[in-house]
Structure formats: structure tokens, C-alpha cells
Design a protein around this ligand. Structure first.
Ligand SMILES: NC(=O)c1ccc[n+]([C@@H]2O[C@H](COP(=O)([O-])OP(=O)(O)OC[C@H]3O[C@@H](n4cnc5c(N)ncnc54)[C@H](OP(=O)(O)O)[C@@H]3O)[C@@H](O)[C@H]2O)c1
Length: 280
């Protein structure tokens, strides 16, 4: 991965940090994105010292804020002209509804809209650098749920699990719609369920999610093991022309029935473009 530029969101902990470290060990230039400057710098020093790779950089962005995503793209473009691998990993689970600075529901804004905007704003760099890859970290939680277009922001009724699973279904629908648009560009986009992984995910939350995380923790895989599958999607030569697919850990798999609904994917894209003011 020498001379390849990779950007990983949510890279100060868990799967994102383990993935960034794996890329650094492969000698890539790695940009780690965190919402907290101090946490990002701590991860930066750890990754640099373990990997011995000095080409690791830290940038700050709160993916739930549209302005912050635009600033990240501005900062990235000022420092880098190439982008070979974009890993949209940052994610959150919120048992109670919280609004973002833009007045959006935070789970949907962070897990889907922030990455939708980031990816679209980085497409020129990705196309100019092709062959290049986009990897969206989704979850098996996307099975059995639907996009509630009547109440996308959970304003009428909010459930933390529905908000999370809906956002992860949005990751898959986004992947499939983007793959269609990127045909012939040399930019691939795939999504991945990393497995059930022992990370900080859900630990700070109250309610059923945190109970499930604490009880299940000893049986979960390590972040390093989960990162192997992300690294496989990011680097393996046999996947160079594979696009628009869902992987569970390291294997291609069928995603949910709802995720193949092209009308939902197009509608979600239209709404996401409006909410993020993608076209100005
Ligand atoms: N762990 C699992 O079993 C599992 C299963 C399926 C899918 N996933 C997915 O895997 C991805 C990584 O999760 P993880 O398990 O590694 O959990 P994690 O350790 O909690 O990592 C999540 C990362 O996302 C960052 N993040 C959250 N909100 C953000 C925001 N608004 N802006 C920027 N960064 C933000 C967090 O930053 P802070 O440190 O500042 O909070 C953290 O670095 C998520 O997309 C999750 O949905 C995880």
C-alpha cells in the first residue's frame, strides 16, 4: 500500500483504529478522522509508534454536522491530491433521540448522512486516483428493518434500535445506488458487516443495548480480527473490480430483501441529497 492514501472515519477507537493501524503497517499513508482532537492525536501517536509509519495524519470532523464534514473535505483537499481508499466506519447507537446542530436525528445524520456527504464530496479525488475503493461499514442489524420514509428522523416515534438498524440499511442502499453511478469510473464501493466485535460500541449507553454488549462481550471477536475483513476489502487484488456487494466479515453474502429495492435506494439518495444540500 506504499504511496496509497487511505482515509478512515471513526479511527480513534475500535474497528476504525485497528483498520488504520493495519493500513499503516502495510505502509499506506493513512488519514484518521475523529470528532475529538485529543482522542485523534492519542490514536495517531499509538498507530505511528506501533507501525513505525510516519505517514499517518489526524483530522477532526464531527460526522453528524454537515459543516464539519465540508470542513474535513476542505482540509483533506488542501493536504492531499489523491485518495485511494475511503473507509466510512464511524457509527453510533443512541437510545434516546438527540438532534444535531442541523436539526437532524443524530443516528441517521452520523451513520448515513455524514458519510453520504463526505463520499460525494470526495468523489473527484477518488475518480482522479482510480482504481480506488470505498468501503461502508454497515451491520447485520440492517436485516429485517425498513426505511421509514414517513418518519425518517424519528420525530413521531423514536426507537434506538430502529434508528440504528435503519441507518445501517441506509449504508447498504447507498452502497448499491453509488455502485451503479460509479460504473466505468474505476471506483468501487462495497459494504461490510464486521461481525460482532468487542469495542466501545454501545458501552456508554443505558438500556438493552449496553446490557447486551456487557453480557456478550467475552464471546465477541477482537477489533483486530474484525479489521482483517475491512483490510481485505480495502487491499485485496481479487476485489479490484468487485463493486456493489455486501460482505459479512470476509465473505460476499446476500443482504436483506429491502436493501435490493431500487426505488427505495433512489428515494433515499434524493432525500439525502436534499438534507445535505449536496447540490448547493
Ligand atoms: N462492534 C460491533 O459489534 C459492530 C457490529 C456491526 C457493525 N459495527 C459498526 O462498526 C463501526 C465501528 O464501530 P466500533 O464497533 O468500532 O465502535 P466504536 O469503538 O464505538 O467506534 C465508533 C467510532 O465512531 C466515532 N464516532 C461516533 N460518532 C461520531 C461523529 N459524530 N463524528 C465522528 N466520529 C464519530 C467514535 O468516536 P468517539 O470515540 O468520539 O465516540 C468512534 O471512533 C460502526 O459503524 C458500527 O455501526 C460494529
Amino acid at each position: 500500500m506504499t504511496d496509497k492514501v487511505c482515509l478512515v472515519t471513526g479511527a480513534n477507537s475500535g474497528i476504525g483504529k485497528a483498520t488504520a493501524l493495519g493500513l499503516a503497517k502495510l505502509n499506506a499513508t493513512v488519514v484518521i478522522v475523529s470528532r475529538d482532537k485529543d482522542k485523534g492525536e492519542a490514536a495517531l501517536y499509538e498507530i505511528r509508534s506501533i507501525s513505525g509509519n510516519k505517514h499517518v495524519d489526524s483530522m477532526v470532523s464531527d460526522l453528524s454536522s454537515l459543516d464539519s464534514v465540508r470542513e474535513l473535505v476542505h482540509d483533506f483537499a488542501a493536504r492531499y491530491k489523491k485518495l485511494h481508499v475511503l473507509i466510512n466506519n464511524a457509527g453510533i447507537f443512541l437510545p434516546r433521540r438527540i438532534s444535531t446542530v442541523d436539526g437532524l436525528e443524530t443516528t441517521f445524520a452520523t451513520n448515513h448522512l455524514g458519510h453520504f456527504l463526505l463520499t460525494n464530496l470526495l468523489l473527484d479525488e477518488l475518480k482522479a486516483t482510480a482504481p480506488s475503493r470505498i468501503i461502508n461499514i454497515t451491520s447485520s442489524a440492517h436485516y429485517g428493518t425498513h426505511i421509514d420514509f414517513e418518519d425518517l428522523q424519528g420525530e413521531k416515534k423514536y426507537s434506538g434500535y430502529h434508528a440504528y438498524s435503519q441507518s445501517k440499511l441506509a449504508n447498504v442502499l447507498f452502497t448499491y445506488q453509488l455502485a451503479k453511478q460509479l460504473q466505468g469510473t474505476g471506483v468501487t464501493v462495497n459494504c461490510l458487516h464486521p461481525g460482532v466485535v468487542r469495542t466501545g460500541f454501545g458501552k456508554d449507553q443505558r438500556g438493552l443495548m449496553s446490557v447486551a454488549v456487557r453480557i456478550g462481550s467475552p464471546f465477541m471477536m477482537s477489533a483486530e480480527k474484525a479489521a482483517e475483513a475491512v483490510l481485505y476489502l480495502a487491499t485485496s487484488p481479487e476485489l479490484e473490480n468487485v463493486s456493489g456487494k455486501f460482505f459479512s466479515k470476509g465473505h460476499e453474502k446476500k443482504s436483506s430483501t429491502q436493501s435490493y429495492d431500487a426505488a427505495s435506494a433512489e428515494k433515499l439518495w434524493r432525500i439525502s441529497a436534499e438534507l445535505t444540500k449536496l447540490d448547493g
